[in-house]
Design a protein around this ligand. Structure first.
Ligand SMILES: [Zn+2]
Length: 132
């Protein structure tokens, strides 16, 4: 993989990271607003949620998205670290080069397609992220 391709992917990763950080900030604001609304519930100012349970469900939904974002940001940081170390583009499990098209589609991926499938199967079997 040539340095120009890596430089382009690094740029993609940095932009994606900024995007995720903004979205994360936005989510945190939403979560804060939701809890403010919940605190105000007893005040008799009216509640625009259909029922009391829905804002809790909403908090849960946002919490799930938030942890997905955090996970992605962590993966991006690790990918950028691998670029600095010069190990970027090699599968973190088998050491084989990761397909370039795959890297362009998923620049933060740490695994080749075979290992990814293997790890997903493991996760399904054991109900957790398997580590090598
Ligand atoms: Zn692999």
């Amino acid at each position: 993989m040539n340095t120009e391709t890596i430089a382009n992917l690094r740029q993609t990763l940095i932009e994606r990271r900024e995007e995720l950080t903004r979205d994360l900030q936005h989510l945190q604001n939403e979560l804060r607003d939701l809890s403010v609304e919940q605190d105000a519930e007893g005040g008799g100012t009216g509640n625009h949620f259909a029922d009391d349970g829905s804002s809790l469900g909403e908090q849960e939904r946002i919490g799930t998205i938030e942890s997905n974002f955090r996970e992605q940001i962590a993966q991006i940081d690790q990918a950028i670290e691998r670029m600095d170390e010069g190990t970027y583009g090699a599968c973190q499990r088998c050491g084989q080069p990761i397909n370039e098209e795959r890297l362009e589609a998923l620049p933060y991926t740490a695994f080749c397609i075979d290992c990814q499938k293997f790890l997903e199967n493991q996760a399904e079997l054991y109900g957790a992220h398997a580590s090598s």
